[in-house]
Structures are given as C-alpha cells and as structure tokens.
Design a binder for this molecule. Structure first.
Ligand code: AMP
Ligand code: MG
Length: 403
C-alpha cells in the first residue's frame, strides 16, 4: 500500500464519522460542550418595555416645555410593576429594570428633576422613548441565537439562560478507550526493571481526548501477545473510539493490527506520508452492533501525540458535530526550514501570536525521540511533502498544540 497523504487520510477519517446523539445538560454543565440543536428564543428580550435608568416615567408631550411640574401617582421597581395607567400631567417614580407603566412612553432621569412631596418638576426635556428599553429590542421570540455545532462559551450559556432555557441539548461526549501496548512498559512512577520504560502515552493521550471534548478511558497496558491484546480490545467494546499506541508497524511484535482484525475491524489505511508517524492506521468495527472507530497510533510518544493532534482531535470534533473540526492558522517563519522529503513534516515549534502576522520558529532539533521538545512546543509547523527550503519570512500553516 502506498503512503497516503495526510490530507487524504484526514478526509477519510472525517468522511466516515457522523455526529453522536444528543443529551440534555443543565446550564451549569454546558460550557465547553457542543450544542446539538439551535437555541431559539422562547421570549422577547426584554420581555416588556423597561426603564434603563432611575427616574420618572412620563408622557413625552408633558415634558416638551420645561420646567414642567407633574403629579407622582405611584412607584414602579424591578419586579414590582405599577398597575395603574398614567394620564396627562402625571408621573410614576421608576427604577432601572422596572416595567414602563401603561400610558408612559419616556423616562426622565432623576438627575434632571426636583421632587417635593407628590410633585416632581422636570428641568430638562426628554425625547419620546428616552431611556426606555423597548420589548424585544435585544432579541425576539423565535429568533435563532446559537447555532448547532457551536462549542458553547460562557456567553452562549448566558444568552441561553436569558431566552428561556434551563438546560441545553448537547452532543454526547465520545468515549475514547486508550490502550497502551508493549512488553517494555510499566506504569509511571514504578521502578524500572532491565529494559523497561515508563508507559507515558496513555497519560498524554487522555489529556488530548479531554481537551478535544471526549471522555477518555484508559484500558491499561497490553502485552505484545494476541491473547493479551484480545482481552483488552474486548474491554473497549462499548467505546466510540478505540485508540491504541504502539505495535503498529510490521515487526514480529507488532500485533495490534492483526488483533484488531481478529476483533472484527476493517482497516481503511495503515501508512501515512507523514513525519513523524508513518505507521498509523484507521478503521472501524461493530462490537455488539455498535460502530466503533479504531485509530492505531505509533508507540513513539512524540509521534503518538502529534498524530493524535492531527487525526484524533478532528475525529472527536466531527463526532461532536463541530462546525470546524480542524483549525489551522498561518504564521511567518522567523528562521529558514530545510527542504523536505516525500512525507509531510509536522515540526515542533514555538508560535508567537502577540504580533501581526503571528511569528513561528520551528525547533532545530526534530528527532522524534526527543519528548522534551514536544513538551516545549506550543505548535506544529506543517511543511508540505517535497517542499523546497523555506526562507525566513515565508508563510506556513501552523497547528496549535493547546493540549
Ligand atoms: P512500537 O510502535 O510498539 O514499536 O513502539 C515504538 C517506540 O515507542 C518503542 O521505543 C516503544 O518502547 C515506545 N513506546 C511504545 N508505547 C509507549 C508508551 N505507552 N509510552 C512510552 N513509550 C512507548
Ligand atoms: Mg511495541
């Protein structure tokens, strides 16, 4: 099988995935979730003509010439409307947020009056409708306020609370099972025996999944045997996505693909024209009739994290029905980048968005064994396959590593 270009691999992943069903959540849990159906206002806002200031509700025609002395016939506060109707020569003491009494059309601010007993003298004229927030001037009933697919912000939650919703329909979080594989791996924090290393991938990948809006479930470390892999893979049967790390190339101990195929997976592709991360596979299976996507990441921690950023984050975004599951931005290189080979190169680097245009520096050291430079990077610089030398000042595509 020829190496598949990254864009083609990503397209296949995104084309195969559809939005998960929705579930209701309370407003306090809604921020950071993805909206499943439009928020359509159930009310006019404001729901009534309301005073924007503390002052006196009047008829504009009574304050066309000043000074003008009116009779105060009552009071209206927020949540305490005045029940009568205001007539010629009359005023109602009013406070911010109160419903404008029937018969009144204008609010004179309290700074522009002198009051004494039940008389108020208006000292400044006020235009018809001054200081009145008219019913529906903000938004109207049946107006669409938030579109589905939106990653809900605090502002979205606020307006939803304003327009009649006590809970919101959001897309269920994809459950992403994560399986580490390798005889050499031990749990982090445990002392290392001969030839052993700490299995770190699952911990980084869990964070990627959660940051992307999924629910991560770490299955554990499978040994490099079909029996062990089978056992762990069946423990993932109820997940929406099964992510494995390691065992993905074609060595004698690389058994993840055969194990997945034994478990019913149909593999779509398994080699990508990408650096780092050539041995990456994608497919799906149907344990118990449920569709499950299978993504096999390389074992190398740098490759695993970069491939997760490039493929898993957009997959989760698509399962959530996000409008833009794959966001890239542009930045200008501070230093030249050498000519590239036939695989698209995802270089670790440092992005500075405090300038316009944004500036980016690709690290000199790109050895995929160097986890330290992954940790220091805040972005990936995307260098197309077969690109010539890119001089300082060239514009490049950049993926943020905000994970
Ligand atoms: P593999 O793809 O299984 O051949 O693994 C490639 C390299 O990544 C090997 O050096 C493994 O020891 C290492 N590796 C695999 N899985 C992990 C993991 N979970 N954490 C850290 N390193 C790993
Ligand atoms: Mg291995």
């Amino acid at each position: 099988m020829a190496l598949l270009p990254v864009s083609e691999a990503l397209k296949r992943i995104l084309d195969s995935a559809t939005t998960l069903p929705s579930e209701p959540v309370g407003l306090l849990q809604a921020r950071g979730r993805t909206l499943a159906q439009a928020v359509i206002s159930k009310v006019d806002n404001p729901p009534f003509d309301a005073s924007a200031m503390d002052g006196y509700a009047v008829r504009a025609e009574d304050v066309g010439t000043v000074p003008s002395t009116l009779t105060v016939i009552g009071e209206a506060g927020a949540g305490r409307p005045f029940s009568g109707t205001l007539g010629k020569g009359q005023a109602v003491r009013i406070f911010t947020g109160a419903r404008v009494p029937d018969g009144a059309d204008t609010i004179v601010i309290q700074e522009n009056v002198t009051a004494s007993g039940s008389a108020v003298t208006i000292l400044e004229t006020a235009a018809h409708g001054a200081n009145v927030r008219t019913r529906g001037q903000d938004f109207a009933q049946d107006e669409t306020l938030v579109a589905p697919g939106r990653l809900l912000t605090a502002r979205d939650v606020l307006i939803s609370a304003s327009c009649g919703y006590g809970e919101l329909p959001v897309v269920r979080k994809p459950v992403v099972a994560i399986l580490s594989t390798g005889d050499e791996l031990v749990a982090p924090g445990k002392p290392l025996g001969p030839g052993q290393i700490s299995g770190s991938n699952a911990y980084g990948l869990s964070g990627v999944v959660e940051a992307a809006g999924g629910e991560a479930r770490f299955l554990g470390i499978a040994r490099d045997s079909l029996a062990s892999l089978d056992e762990f893979i069946s423990a993932a049967n109820d997940a929406d996505v099964l992510v494995t790390s390691g065992g993905a190339s074609v060595g004698d101990h690389d058994l993840v693909r055969p194990a997945l195929e034994n478990a019913g997976a149909k593999l779509d592709f398994y080699k990508i024209a990408m650096r780092p991360g050539k041995p990456l596979f994608f497919g799906s299976r149907h344990p118990g009739g449920k569709l499950q996507y299978c993504l096999g990441l390389p074992g190398n921690p740098v490759s695993a994290m970069i491939c997760a950023r490039v493929f898993l984050v957009p997959l989760i975004g698509r399962l959530l029905g996000r409008e833009t599951p794959f966001e890239a931005l542009e930045a200008v290189l501070t230093d030249a980048i050498p000519a590239n080979g036939p695989r698209e190169h995802y270089m670790r680097g440092e992005l500075d968005i405090s300038t316009v245009p944004a500036r980016v520096t690709a690290f000199k050291k790109q050895d995929s064994g160097l986890v330290k430079f992954l940790q220091r990077a805040n972005c990936l610089v995307v260098v197309p396959a077969d690109a010539p030398v890119l001089d300082a000042g060239s514009t490049v595509r950049v993926l943020k590593l905000d994970i």
